[in-house]
Design a protein around this ligand. Structure first.
Ligand code: ZN
Length: 438
C-alpha cells in the first residue's frame, strides 16, 4: 500500500453547506499537460482544521439510561392490529403503561409502529418497565427511559463515520466488471454511469485502455461498513484515454444537487436524450419521407420509437403542459413548453399520465403511455422537438446544459473541485487496486 500524502477521515455525519468534502492537508497538484483545461488557474485552497470542524454536525445524542443489574431484557415484534399496549402486554408489561406512554412527549416516535417492528424492552426485578429501545434503522433508535420525572422518549442518532474511499482501474472488457474489480459497489457503479450519462455513452464509447478514477464516500457504523454514500468526484476517459471527462458533486447539506465538470458546467442537460428508457428507433426525422400509410411524400418531422403499448413516456425536460388531448392523426397528444422557445410533443399515446394542461412537469416524469392512437401502424411513440416553432431532429441537436451552479456557490465549488481533481490525478490508473485512505 502506498503512503498517500493525504488523509480523508471524519467521524460523524458531515453536513456541509453547498458542498462537502473533508480535507485535512492539501498538497500541490501535479501538473498534467494532457488535460484539456488548466488546473493551475485556481490557487490550491488552504484548508484548515477549523473548517472541517465547522462542517461537521454532531447529531449524536446519548442514551438516557443503560440497562442496570437485575433488569430483564425482553423482545417483542409488532403484529397485525397490535398497539404498543397490546404488544407490551404480551410480554407481561401492564396495559396501563401504554396509556402513560401515550401521554408522554414524543410518544408518536413509539406509537407509530409497523407490523414487523421489533422492540427491546427492559423491566426491573419488580417487573416495572424501565427502558424500551426501538431500532428504526441501523443508525437511528428511539429510546424510552423511565426517569424520576416519568417516561422520557427521544431519538438517538448513532454516529455514522463517513470515510472517503477511492477506486480506479483500467477498462479491459466491460466497464461494469472493471469497476467491480476496482472495489466499487453496484450502487456506486450505477451512480457513476448515471451522473456521466450525458458525457459518456457507457455502452459504446468505452474501450480497452480507457480508465476511471473515483472518490466516493462510504459509511461506517461502529467500524463496520454499512454502504456507499455519494460519489464526490469521478474521472473517466474515452477514445483510449484521449478524452477526459470529470464530474464533481454539488451538495446542499446532505442532498446532492447535481454533478458538474471542472468548469462548473452542469453535466445534466436540459433534455433527456429520449423519452423512453429502452430506445428502439423505428423511423427517423426525415423531411422527404414517403408516408407508411398514405404512400405519398410526407415529411416525418419527429422520431418514432417502437415500444409495447403501455410503456411509460417520460417528459424530456422541465416545462408546462400546453396541450393534452386528441390531435387528428396524432391521436392522443401531450405537448410541453420548455424555457427558451423549446417545445416537445408526444403522440399516439394509449393513455395520459396524471399531468393536465397547465401543470408544470419535471424532466423524467411520466406524462403518458405508448399506444397506437390516430394514424399509426403499430404501438410506438412519435416524438417531436420544436425550437421557436421549427421542427428539429431531436437526435441531432445539441441540447443546452441544465442550469449552472448558483452564482453564490460557484467559487466554493471551483475551489473544492480543483482540489478533488488533484486527488483524482494522484490515483494510479495502471493498477486495479482500490485504495482506502486512513
Ligand atoms: Zn412519427
Amino acid at each position: 500500500m502506498k503512503n498517500w500524502p493525504i488523509s480523508f477521515h471524519v467521524a460523524g455525519i458531515a453536513v456541509l453547506t453547498g458542498f462537502s468534502l473533508v480535507l485535512l492537508t492539501a498538497v500541490p497538484s501535479k501538473s498534467d499537460a494532457n488535460l484539456p483545461y488548466e488546473p493551475q488557474t485556481l490557487p490550491l485552497p488552504e484548508l484548515k482544521v477549523s473548517e472541517i470542524i465547522e462542517d461537521t454536525l454532531n447529531t449524536h445524542t446519548t442514551a438516557e439510561t443503560e440497562p442496570a443489574e437485575g433488569w430483564t431484557e425482553k423482545s417483542v415484534t409488532i403484529k397485525r392490529n397490535d398497539s404498543l399496549s397490546s404488544a407490551l402486554e404480551r410480554i407481561g408489561v401492564g396495559a396501563s403503561i401504554g396509556f402513560q406512554i401515550g401521554k408522554t412527549d414524543n410518544h408518536q416516535l413509539l406509537t407509530n409502529l409497523k407490523v414487523g417492528d421489533q422492540l427491546t424492552v427492559w423491566v426491573d426485578s419488580n417487573n416495572q418497565l424501565q427502558r424500551i429501545v426501538y431500532a428504526k434503522s441501523p443508525i437511528l433508535e428511539v429510546e424510552l427511559a423511565s426517569t424520576d420525572e416519568g417516561f422520557k422518549i427521544q431519538e438517538i442518532q448513532k454516529d455514522v463515520e463517513i470515510r472517503t474511499h477511492t477506486a480506479h482501474g483500467k477498462i479491459e472488457g466491460a466497464f461494469y466488471l472493471a469497476a467491480e474489480r476496482a472495489g466499487l459497489s453496484a450502487k456506486s457503479i450505477m451512480q457513476l454511469a448515471d451522473m456521466l450519462a450525458w458525457d459518456v455513452d457507457f455502452a459504446r464509447e468505452l474501450h480497452d485502455g480507457d480508465y476511471f478514477r473515483v472518490i466516493y464516500e462510504a459509511r461506517y457504523l461502529d467500524g463496520e461498513y454499512i454502504g456507499d454514500g455519494d460519489i464526490l468526484a469521478a474521472q473517466i476517459t474515452t477514445a483510449g484515454g484521449q478524452e477526459i471527462h470529470n464530474a464533481f458533486v454539488m451538495r446542499n447539506g446532505q442532498e446532492v444537487i447535481g454533478y458538474y465538470n471542472e468548469k462548473g458546467q452542469n453535466l445534466k442537460k436540459a433534455f433527456l436524450k429520449a423519452p423512453l428508457d429502452t430506445v428502439r428507433i423505428t423511423s427517423r426525422f426525415n423531411p422527404k419521407r414517403v408516408h407508411p400509410i398514405f404512400g405519398d411524400k410526407r415529411p416525418h418531422r419527429g422520431v418514432d420509437y417502437g415500444a409495447p403499448t403501455g410503456t411509460p413516456i417520460k417528459v424530456t425536460g422541465n416545462g408546462q403542459v400546453t396541450y393534452r388531448g386528441w390531435m387528428g392523426g396524432y391521436g392522443n397528444v401531450v405537448k410541453v413548453r420548455h424555457n427558451n422557445g423549446y417545445e416537445t410533443l408526444y403522440a399516439h399515446m394509449s393513455r395520459f399520465g396524471k399531468y393536465k394542461k397547465g401543470q408544470m412537469v419535471k424532466q423524467g416524469e411520466v406524462i403518458g403511455y405508448v399506444g397506437s392512437t390516430g394514424n399509426s401502424t403499430g404501438a410506438h411513440l412519435h416524438y417531436e422537438f420544436h425550437i421557436n416553432g421549427q421542427h428539429r431532429d431531436p437526435l441531432k441537436i445539441k441540447f443546452p446544459d441544465a442550469g449552472p451552479i448558483a452564482a453564490q456557490y460557484r467559487n466554493d465549488f471551483l475551489r473544492r473541485s480543483h482540489f478533488l481533481l488533484g486527488q483524482l490525478e494522484r490515483l494510479d490508473p495502471k493498477t486495479q487496486l482500490a485504495y482506502q485512505f486512513e
